[in-house]
Design a protein around this ligand. Sequence first.
Ligand code: SF4
Ligand code: SF4
Length: 512
Amino acid sequence: MARFLKYKNTKMVNIVQISGLNLQKLDRSKTKTKLEKRPPGDFVVIPLKDGFGSSLIPEVEAGDRVKIGQIIARDDGGVSTPVHSSVSGTVLDVSFMKYVHEETLGELPDEIIGVKVEVDRSFWEVEEVEEVNWEKLAPSEIRSSLYRNGVTSFGQTGIPSGHWSSFYDPSDVSDIIVNAVKSEPFTHHRVDFEGELEEFKHGLEIIARGYSEAKIHLAVDPEVQEALGDLSSSQRISVRSFQSEHPNGIDKVLARKILGGDQLDDGGFLMDYGILALDEVVPIHAYGAVVLDHPVSTTRVSLGGPEISNVVVEVPVGLSAGELLDGAQGYKEEDQVILGGPLTGRVMSSPEIPLGKSIPSLVLMKGPERSEVLAWLKPGSKKESFSRAFISSLLPNLDRELDSGIHGELRPCISCGYCTEVCPVDILPYQIYHTGSHDLVDEVNRLQPQRCVDCGLCAYVCPSKLPLSRVLEDAKWNQSPRVKNYVVYEKGEDKIEPSLPEGPNDNRGEAS
Ligand code: SF4
Ligand code: SF4
């Protein structure tokens, strides 16, 4: 009840200030997660479309020897970022594989090429290099280093570099948001803000130098704020604090809060408004790329769930999710594996999917009970639900038993309005659900689904457990190109290419 009343109150304030839902109490792991480095197993499968960009054609073939950090695929004339080998070893196979869309984490068809490399044990023997004095580099040299070393495939539409890493030009970037806010339970920071503080700060300054016209906004939550100590903002880099309440950790929500919301209502990509949103790991990669000339060859995955030990693991790009889970304390084979967070992620269809740069976290949860007739009527004091049908809503401090089930058979909308109450961008999920179910496309578009920020809160609070966030996602895919805010991949003759709607910048991607 208390939580529900809280929403009643927050609804009175401007949507940009809505406080969000504190889900952290679902996460009983109060200990800070440590960063562990794990060596590869026997082989890795490196996706040739990792993050934003087209699927590349490999420059290696079965039988070739490759070294860690070697470029194995590159196309300077297509929208992409070079891909590097994450290990030293021998190429075993080059074939199509399953991989995921960098933003929605939905599975892309078997049209991404993967390079399978058998590992030899020189993996951790990274060559010592002389550090580069980045302060003497021109902005274009910094951006070229980010491109060459594989950093520019991060971000919703890639990082503009003056090369074809994005459809946008570096001069289009007016604001950069570095997102160090974690608001979903069981997802953790992938930067060690105590041990890696210097690298992180230098990485931020490197980004600021590479985009000298842009303002940098570092968004932090209380955990990062505590680790960073006395935060000071400069004219170019400002630090903004946010509570760990969902959906504060979502890029589009931070963009609305930091830069104002109304202009984003028209849909499209954040870069259409000059906003480049970057994950907290990007400054660390930027430091490695520009100062040490190290390509991105590892990925950091946060591993969490109600029953497992929470940990952040650094592994070579291309290690399979299954291989990572094999070593996870508390993992059971019947657990459902969710790519991303429990509210915004997707259930993984196969443990064979390799871990690339764009997979930030895996959450393990009990799957739904097979048959639970009228389960939602059972009071269950430990069941997690927003609905007051469950006695758990009267006991807000009790630990919850979280699973991914809908607790019973499919149920109709009961017009309770919870989904509207909780939506941070003030749209009407239940109306989109109803009109969408009847294929009333014009009516759906009139309800402006493009404003949805994919927070998943509507589906979470719905007592009927309707798949509202997926319905919203479909509604967005089906919109006109002008307001579409997901990258669509189109199949060409021998590879898939990203396609973005026509924008005002005719010079996107031109080399400087
Ligand atoms: S419609 Fe649902 S998923 Fe989209 S912003 Fe609103 S609450 Fe979040
Ligand atoms: S869709 Fe769910 S949350 Fe929204 S009004 Fe219907 S029952 Fe309530």
